[in-house]
Every structure is written in structure tokens, then in C-alpha cells.
Design a protein around this ligand. Structure first.
Ligand SMILES: [Zn+2]
Length: 320
């Protein structure tokens, strides 16, 4: 495999080195399909800007270079808005094609064949997303609520695998539970598991059922990407986990020699759509709490740099 060392951002395709420090799993704004039709929660564009720009500016000031938006088709992805945010703040934004899970794919896509979905993903990666000119840099797939991969989830995973093989962009998953069907599909389609980031391996609900040893054995990557959703928050969400418990899990994984296979993020929403969001949690948790916590636990700068820079670049670089 030959690395092109390029990556698609919403403002164009750039050399991977220009990404700098990467937050690998975040959201500009995530909402359930249809939330934009609910007057109760509708946010004016001005409100979304007001809530989002200061967070991205701060991220940039702290040394953040790139924001990977893990919001798929149907969950509030808004490319012209992302382009404007990126221009305004200097933060690279990488958009994804694909779906958070089969259960958030609208009927038009939910009824589509693997072939059709493959073409949708490839089009968004190689031509662009809905006339915006912006190309997707990563493919999102996920396990539907209920924790077992549905027939539709599997169709989306297979289409994602085919699009990843055809274009060289990587795949990230929402949840890594019920991993066997996913691994089988990726292997059947000839996708190197090193191109797959199995996400949410650290969350409070799912970490105990996530087969991390098996994922590592087949060469997959682990996303410790819900840092900051902790039970210590004033109003913690159901997927929260005690801060120390998550950190210990992460440290154990590093100590076991898997530094090159881990990526970390905060899965925060800059401006949630159609739900109140989680108060007090932003992308800047990475700089304000997570990195100081790692330093206190004697994780050196080189390792921190490897996780947020080298590993992220290696994963995101399109392969030909
Ligand atoms: Zn997410």
C-alpha cells in the first residue's frame, strides 16, 4: 500500500502533515433525523454560530488543528456551515459520509442496496457532498440501538468497506460491541482492519461488552473517544463513566503496548440539535482536563503526541 498522505477537509484536500493535532471524534452539531422540523428545538443559524465559534477558536488557541466531525448523513451534517466555521476559526474540519447507525438512516437510504450505498459513499468521497464541493474524509458506520448489528447496519458496513477499499479513506464506528459481524464483513471485503477505528470502546455502558482484545488481534484501532462524559458531571448522560475508571482503562491499554492502536477524543457537541446536549462538556476537555490528567499519570509528551498527531495522521491519510 502506497500512502498518498492526503486528506479531504471541507475546504479541500490537504497534505496530512497540515492536520496538526487531531480530535478524532467530535460533532459540530448532532441531532436525530427530523429534529430540524421540530419548532421546539429549532436553532437559528446565529445561535449555532454563537455556541460553536468560541469553542473552535479556543480549540485552535490550545493548539488544536483538526476537528473530525463524526456526524453522518441524516444527523445534522451541514457542509456549507462547516466550511464557514473552518474559514472563520482556522480549524480544519473533516466531514464524514456514512451513518451513525442503521437506525438513524432515513427510509430513502434504509431501503437502498449495498451497491447503491457504496456509490453514495464513493461519490461523497471523490466528487463531493450535495453540491458543496467538499469531499468526505472518512466513513461512519455504527451499531443500532439494541446493541446487535441489524441487517441494515450490516448493509451499511459492507458498503463502507467497499467504498474504503475503492477510495483509501478510513472507517470509524459508532460502538464496537457485536464486533464479530463487523470484522467478518471488513475481512470479506478485503479491508485492512488497520483502516478501521472501533469507536466508543471506553463509554460507561458499552466498555464491558467491547471485545478489545479481539479487535486488536485482527489489527483494528481503538477509539477512546468519550472522554469527559463522566459521572462527576452535574447532570451526567446515561453513557457516563467515572473519570478515574475510564482513565485507568486507557492507561492499562497504553501499558499493554497498544499506543500505536489508540485514538482519543471527547465526542462533544459544539451546538446540539434537537436535544439539550450535555452541559459543561466540550471538545476543549481534551486540552483542559484529559492531557493534564495524562501528564499527571506520567504519560510523556512523545506518547501524547503520538496519539493525537501521528496515529491520527496515519489513520486519516488516504491510501491508494
Ligand atoms: Zn459521536
Amino acid at each position: 500500500m502506497n500512502k498518498l498522505s492526503k486528506v479531504n477537509t471541507v475546504l479541500g484536500t490537504i497534505p496530512v502533515e497540515e492536520l496538526g493535532f487531531v480530535a478524532i471524534h467530535e460533532h459540530i452539531g448532532y441531532g436525530m433525523p427530523g429534529s430540524e422540523l421540530d419548532t421546539k428545538w429549532w436553532k437559528a443559524p446565529e445561535v449555532r454560530y454563537e455556541e460553536t465559534v468560541p469553542k473552535l477558536r479556543k480549540f485552535h488557541e490550545y493548539g488544536g488543528g483538526t476537528f473530525v466531525d463524526a456526524t453522518g448523513i441524516c444527523n445534522g451534517r451541514d457542509i456549507p456551515y462547516y466550511q464557514s466555521l473552518s474559514e472563520k476559526t482556522g480549524v480544519n474540519i473533516i466531514a464524514c459520509t456514512g451513518f451513525v447507525g442503521g437506525d438513524t438512516a432515513l427510509p430513502h437510504f434504509a431501503q437502498a442496496s449495498v451497491d447503491y450505498l457504496t456509490k453514495v459513499f464513493i461519490h461523497e468521497i471523490t466528487v463531493g457532498i450535495t453540491g458543496s464541493g467538499a469531499k468526505a474524509g472518512i466513513i461512519k458506520v455504527g451499531v443500532s440501538r439494541g446493541g446487535r448489528m441489524t441487517e441494515l447496519d450490516k448493509r451499511i458496513y459492507r458498503a463502507a468497506a467497499r467504498a474504503a477499499v475503492a477510495t483509501g479513506v478510513p472507517v470509524m464506528t459508532h460502538l464496537a460491541i457485536d464486533a464479530e459481524p463487523a470484522i467478518a464483513i471488513f475481512q470479506e471485503e478485503g479491508l485492512d482492519l488497520d483502516r478501521v477505528l472501533f469507536g466508543h470502546v471506553d463509554d460507561g455502558v458499552n466498555h464491558a461488552q467491547t471485545p478489545t482484545e479481539r479487535i486488536l488481534e485482527v489489527g483494528g484501532r481503538l477509539g477512546f473517544d468519550t472522554f469527559g462524559y463522566e459521572t462527576e458531571l452535574p447532570d451526567p448522560p446515561f453513557w457516563a463513566r467515572p473519570r478515574k475508571d475510564r482513565m485507568d482503562h486507557f492507561l492499562r491499554t497504553l501499558a499493554a503496548g497498544h499506543v500505536d492502536k489508540v485514538l482519543a477524543s471527547a465526542d462533544a457537541n459544539c451546538s446540539p440539535l434537537g436535544w439539550p446536549g450535555v452541559k459543561g462538556h466540550t471538545i476543549n476537555y481534551i486540552f483542559e482536563v484529559l492531557i493534564p490528567d495524562l501528564q499527571r499519570n506520567d504519560i510523556d509528551e512523545e506518547t501524547i503526541n503520538q496519539i493525537f498527531v501521528d496515529n491520527a495522521h496515519d489513520f486519516l491519510a488516504m491510501q491508494a
